[in-house]
Design a protein around this ligand. Structure first.
Ligand SMILES: Cc1cc2nc3c(=O)[nH]c(=O)nc-3n(C[C@H](O)[C@H](O)[C@H](O)COP(=O)(O)OP(=O)(O)OC[C@H]3O[C@@H](n4cnc5c(N)ncnc54)[C@H](O)[C@@H]3O)c2cc1C
Length: 449
């Protein structure tokens, strides 16, 4: 007799969404979570003045119907990201203000960026997001890295730099680290490149009042004692009668398991019998990106008084993506920004003061001397987190989708895979995490019933 119907490994949004769906269907569930908190890659922090900030995932937007529905069900509210006023773009040693979709780039490069952008949207529309490896010319698209495609399709260095900036902003990884097929899949999975990068009408449109970690906290509160913290699962055993998830000092037996971990971490568990080679290889081929997220807090959002939206991008600097992240009542001014991809890896060896210096010197360049004196600066390095090891999520490099793609979400016996990386819609996002948990729960319910 098993302890429960289903054991869920990982209490991020995906694992808790699975547990919630299974519980609602009358099944018994235990959720095992390594950390002393739930919410995984969404993590609530506080500034020294008590204002909450999101150290991980934060924005939601249109077409993210699953997470928007969950926000509503859990009694949470959203508010719009501040986006009034001019943006700032730094390139070629200059800092330019812009108030249109040109990002302030020189007109020759604007036309080239628009041409490449349209090519990308058209190519993305051809992708089969349910089975990317079955897209008509999947082999060809998967053979090329995104960077190879960009360099062979433009001779404009500024346009090239612009896309080399956008890619880490979406993946925390460089264009050379993604296959073209993965990039195009991700775009279609999130509706379009325009929707992925936009604030109004896009993925950065809204935030959750009080922070996104509350999604997990409220789901965990509903699940009560079914969720066990500080329980690091190390071994998964399965046979004809069920599954056993073992951790130091104990184990839980169940009919089925949902493994709701990022693929890299799922691959580090010990499985008996061993996983099929294709599934193990998939986890070896899906590393996470690198990101250090910063919140820089001021007494007021001074840039707003100067007609600036707080959005800043740079083709010249390491700290090159910034947004206004002030609380809804603007009781203080907060800028949020990222070191991503190669810049995050380089900055990982700096100490906190050196990173602070790097960030503030970039902000002074974008917003003037007032940016030099924040009352607080909070930084979060996601690669240093033992139970995440990189963000925003896993990516596939050249050749991986067509070699191992079918193993990404296909159950292995009684093991079902969840997590944002396994979702065909809004892959890599909180919305994808919700969908993946519900999908894994549905797969198991079909078996149980
Ligand atoms: C800086 C940053 C910014 C982001 N921005 C956005 C955004 O604006 N919008 C958006 O939609 N998404 C964003 N994301 C992505 C989003 O946060 C993730 O897609 C989502 O939270 C993933 O949820 P998950 O449940 O799939 O995985 P996780 O949240 O990674 O959950 C996995 C859980 O498993 C636990 N675990 C790990 N190993 C074990 C083990 N051995 N035993 C037991 N438990 C274990 C972990 O502690 C964790 O709680 C961002 C992420 C980061 C880091």
């Amino acid at each position: 007799m098993n302890d429960v119907d289903v054991v869920v490994v990982g209490a991020g949004i995906a694992g808790l969404s699975a547990a919630r769906a299974l519980t609602a269907a009358g099944k018994t569930v235990t959720v095992l979570e390594a950390r002393d908190r739930v919410a995984g890659r969404t993590f609530g922090g506080f500034l020294s003045n008590g204002v909450p900030v999101e150290l991980g995932g934060q924005w939601v937007g249109p077409t993210q119907d699953a997470v928007l529905e969950l926000i509503d069900e859990l009694g949470l509210e959203t508010f719009p990201t501040y986006a009034e006023g001019d943006g700032v773009m730094a390139y070629g040693g200059d800092v330019v203000r812009y108030d249109d979709p040109t990002y302030g780039l020189p007109s020759s490069s604007v036309a080239e960026v628009a041409r490449l952008w349209m090519m990308i949207e058209e190519l993305a529309s051809t992708i089969n997001i349910t089975a990317p490896w079955e897209t008509e010319n999947a082999d060809e698209l998967d053979r090329s890295t995104l960077d190879q495609w960009l360099t062979s399709n433009t001779a404009d260095p500024t346009a090239l730099q612009f896309f080399r900036l956008q890619v880490p902003a979406l993946f925390s990884a460089e264009a050379a680290e993604l296959s073209l097929l993965h990039f195009l899949f991700y775009i279609k999975s999130g509706t379009s490149l325009q929707v992925l990068v936009d604030v109004e009408g896009g993925a950065q449109e809204r935030r959750v009042v009080g922070g996104t970690h509350q999604l997990s906290e409220r789901m965990a509160a509903e699940l009560g004692e079914r969720v066990r913290l500080e329980t690091v699962v190390h071994t998964i055993t399965q046979d004809d009668s069920g599954v056993v998830a073992a951790y130091e000092g104990g184990e839980v037996s169940a009919g089925y398991a949902v493994i709701a971990l990022p693929p890299t971490l799922a691959g580090r568990l010990h499985y008996s019998p061993p996983l099929p080679a294709s599934r193990d290889s998939l986890t070896q081929q899906m590393p996470a990106g690198s990101v250090i997220k910063f919140h820089i807090a001021y007494a007021e959002p001074f840039w707003r008084h100067e007609g600036l939206s707080g959005a800043a991008f740079s083709l010249d600097d390491a700290f090159n993506v910034v947004f206004d992240n002030s609380p809804p009542d603007a009781s203080c001014g907060i800028l949020v920004g990222f070191l991503e991809g190669i810049h995050a890896r380089r900055a990982a060896s700096l100490d906190a003061d050196e990173r602070r210096e790097l960030v503030l010197s970039a902000l002074v360049k974008y917003f003037g001397p007032k940016a030099a004196n924040p009352f607080d600066l909070v930084q979060q390095d996601w690669n240093a987190e033992e139970f995440t090891r990189g963000c925003y999520g896993g990516r596939l490099g050249a050749g991986a989708w067509t070699s191992y793609g079918p193993a990404l979400a296909a159950p292995v016996g009684r093991l079902h895979w969840a997590g944002a990386e396994t979702s065909e819609v809004w892959n890599g996002y909180m919305d994808g995490a919700v969908r993946s948990g519900r999908r894994a729960a549905h797969e198991i319910l079909t078996q149980l019933d």
